[in-house]
Design a protein around this ligand. Structure first.
Ligand SMILES: [Zn+2]
Length: 143
């Protein structure tokens, strides 16, 4: 983080952000606090802090939640379509189902995963549900 960004982050007043606003910003891959900085440095690689406002993002780790919600969403999109095709599509052969639904499932999952991860990070930030720092390997016996 640059010195200017650190000073900007320190000088920025804490402005409460509405739940849905933060969720939308996260869905778009933007910082839930300022909506300017990008949440991700790569496809799913979360930045350590917001490059625009300096919000520290490291404690808001989504872990497996985005994958879970993505699988849940893809299943709820694909399964009804499979059933509709099977019912009204003159029962196409299994190879047709595999050729259609497998790539479509992967495509939808790849489209949804970063959006859902951003929304989960925003959700964690809105509720200030920060995770403790990951263990450095040593046993922490401090009270
Ligand atoms: Zn920001």
């Amino acid at each position: 983080m640059s010195r200017t960004a650190i000073l900007g982050a320190m000088a920025a007043p804490h402005v409460p952000v509405a739940f849905l606003t933060a969720l939308k910003r996260g869905w778009k891959g933007r910082c839930p606090r300022c909506a300017e900085g990008a949440l991700f440095g790569g496809f799913l690689k979360m930045r350590s802090h917001c490059p625009a406002c300096g919000l520290v993002l490291e404690p808001y780790r989504a872990d497996d939640a985005p994958a879970y919600f993505t699988i849940l969403a893809v299943g709820h999109i694909i399964v009804p379509l499979v059933l509709i095709l099977e019912r009204y599509g003159n029962q196409p052969p299994l190879w047709f189902h595999a050729l259609l639904w497998l790539p479509l499932s992967v495509l939808i999952a790849l489209l949804l995963l970063p959006r859902i991860k951003g929304a989960v990070i925003a959700l964690l930030w809105v509720h200030r549900m920060a995770s403790p720092k990951p263990s450095t390997g040593g046993l922490d016996i401090s009270p």
